[in-house]
Design a binder for this molecule. Structure first.
Ligand code: NAD
Length: 313
């Protein structure tokens, strides 16, 4: 199989590269290294089945050729991370939407129908706070996004683009709504909570919980995430599908800080920081985030292999 991965030098993308090369597939990565790292690809550079192009996919001249070569395309390239969402809202919207549009326009023009997996996000559920977030929820009433949640709006637009192209051109599309994904190669540079807590605990610095810490998240190991994506893409039914990808164990940020302190055998104090101080502006955080995973499990038989403790260890 030939696999094209946009954003493949990033955290999740590099695990997809590993999964497909291990199966003997040919993998082509395009990444502008804006948040991704060349070092994430170092283990693969010697493989004859691996090719990397450092390029912005908005202007990459080889996109058409690479898309026509691919049996499967994972579209992960995006401007990510809460710090950048606040600092560069226009860039988030412009890049994320334009990248998705360019990819699908290129595929449609080629007349070739690769299986496409688009990385969406639990952020599309916005402030829905039901116990479990299911794919059938109405996103138009969920977001109440305000201008700050440009990332969420960009992902809603990407989903709409992907599903529209799927309907018009018959492109088989999986829209995968990733919930918080954690594991090796994730950095805390752009506001990701687990690597930040781990770094603070290991250094013996205060573990800084933003807001009250009662807000919850559900963390999925990246190796489970990419296994689930592969299963969704391998269904071969050719229809368009939206599916949550995550883990449904819910944990508050206070409990997460305690757990990380305990696993790191650290004496770090746990302190609470107001959002205004953490982000430089007041911030209406999402209070609960837990995926409904029935669709993923029913369609693919997916089972998690890693618990939160496994990933932290
Ligand atoms: P990441 O920043 O590690 O990966 C994104 C990659 O895209 C980076 O390598 C970056 O350099 C690249 N990129 C950005 N703009 C590009 C462009 N114009 N052209 C080429 N490459 C470009 O982040 P990640 O956590 O691996 O996220 C991968 C995808 O999953 C993203 O689409 C993100 O929105 C989505 N997602 C991630 C999570 C999570 O918890 N990590 C949750 C929900 C959704």
């Amino acid at each position: 199989m030939h696999v094209l991965i946009t954003g493949g030098a990033g955290f999740i993308g590099s695990h997809l590269v590993a999964l497909h090369l291990a199966r003997g597939h040919k993998v082509h990565v395009v990444d502008d290294l804006s948040t991704g790292l060349r070092a994430n690809l170092a283990p693969f550079e010697e493989s004859p089945n691996f090719r990397f192009d450092e390029a912005d996919m908005l202007t990459w001249p080889l996109l058409q050729q690479a898309a026509a070569w691919a049996d499967r395309i994972y579209h992960l390239a995006a401007v990510v991370g809460v710090y950048r969402v606040i600092a560069e809202p226009t860039r988030v919207l412009a890049t994320n939407i334009a990248a998705c549009e360019r990819l699908f326009r290129t595929i449609a023009a080629s007349g070739w129908l690769p299986q496409v997996v688009v990385a969406s996000s639990s952020e599309v559920y916005g402030h829905h706070h039901e116990e479990r977030l299911g794919e059938e929820m109405d996103l138009s009433v969920s977001t109440r996004v305000g201008t700050r949640w440009n990332y969420s709006v960009s992902k809603i637009a990407d989903e709409a683009l992907a599903l529209s192209y799927a309907q018009k051109f018959g492109i088989p599309v999986v829209v995968a709504r990733f919930f918080n994904t954690i594991g090796p190669r994730q950095t805390g540079r752009y506001g990701m909570v687990v690597p930040r807590f781990v770094e603070q605990a290991v250094r013996g610095e205060p573990i800084t919980v933003y807001g009250t810490g009662e807000q919850t998240r559900s963390f999925c190991d990246v190796r489970d995430n990419v296994a689930a994506l592969d299963l969704l893409a391998s269904r071969g039914s050719g229809d368009a599908l939206v599916a949550n990808v995550g883990n449904d164990r819910e944990i508050s940020m206070n409990a997460l800080a305690e757990l990380i302190r305990e696993r790191a055998d650290s004496d770090s104090p746990i302190t609470h920081v107001p959002y205004l101080k953490a982000y430089g502006e007041d911030f209406e955080d999402i209070q609960r985030r837990r995926p409904e995973l029935t669709r993923l499990r029913t369609l693919t038989g997916f089972r998690h292999r890693y618990t939160l403790e496994d990933t932290l260890d």
